[in-house]
Design a binder for this molecule. Structure first.
Ligand code: TMP
Ligand code: ASP
Length: 232
């Protein structure tokens, strides 16, 4: 199979005319690639967790690129052209939000905040408004951004509800979208502890990549904990 693209944590292979195979690797990065490590088994955990989330979303009527999980660490997906925007949704203030604005750590955000970042590590994925996203050619029309916002808020509702039952708070997360050859907008990429913040509902313990970003240790142990809770 032809390797089409190697990102920081995933590799994309062309499987046939209509599908890609995405390999979730064990590489972990933070700070736009400035900090790097490898944790054996991380790729498989993220692939399985992400597959579960895509299945739940599919059941609830969200259109995604996801076709099937191929254990231990691959997703078979529909081919899409990725829109170079990160759509971030926040229920609780933390991370870059409190570094950039005078929110308090842990402050509840109701309604949730949705923001777009332009995918470019060289510029540190800068937040863009609708006009900048369109002027950069990320999308053609404002309606596409509105559609992405609407789907992101729906995903937030579905996953918040699902995780609440598992004793997990969905603090924030990042989504990516793509367009298939017919022009349909599909949710793509991954939804995992690498791309979401999860806190234990009781202890508020961090269960996601912030353990790596902040050198809190036991990264994989907590990814395993998320896997066990969501598959239970
Ligand atoms: P932030 O607080 O660093 O902006 O991150 C917000 C959410 O987006 C958090 O769940 C982590 C996720 N995220 C990614 O998945 N990739 C990225 O490149 C960035 C900056 C954030
Ligand atoms: N995704 C970025 C990186 O891997 C930033 C982050 O998640 O902290 O470098």
């Amino acid at each position: 199979m032809k390797l089409l693209y190697k990102g920081k944590a995933k590799s994309v292979y062309e499987r046939d005319e209509d599908t890609y195979l995405i390999e979730f690797r064990d590489d972990l990065t933070a700070g736009d690639g400035a900090k790097k490590d490898t944790k054996a088994g991380k790729g498989a955990l993220n692939a399985e967790i992400s597959a579960k989330f895509f299945e739940i979303l599919k059941e609830k009527g969200i259109d995604t690129h996801f076709i099937e999980f191929q254990p231990p660490n691959k997703h078979l997906v529909k081919k899409v052209r990725i829109i170079p925007l990160e759509v971030i949704c926040r229920n609780i203030a933390t991370g870059s939000l409190i570094r950039r604005y005078p929110f308090k750590e842990g402050q509840e955000l109701s309604p949730p905040i949705v923001e777009f970042g332009y995918k470019d590590d060289k510029y540190h994925d800068p937040m863009v408004n609708d006009e900048i996203a369109i002027a950069l050619g990320a999308v053609e029309k404002k309606e596409e951004l509105d559609k992405m916002r609407e789907i992101t808020l729906k995903v937030n509702d579905i996953l918040t509800e699902f995780l609440k039952d598992k004793g997990i708070i969905l603090v924030d997360f990042k989504l990516e979208f793509g367009k298939d050859k017919e022009g349909n907008l599909l949710l793509a990429d991954e939804i995992s502890p690498d791309t979401c913040r999860f806190w234990d509902a009781t202890t508020k313990e961090i269960l996601d990549k912030d353990r790596f970003r902040k050198d809190l240790g036991n990264v994989l142990e907590f990814y395993r904990e998320v896997r066990e809770r969501i598959l239970a």
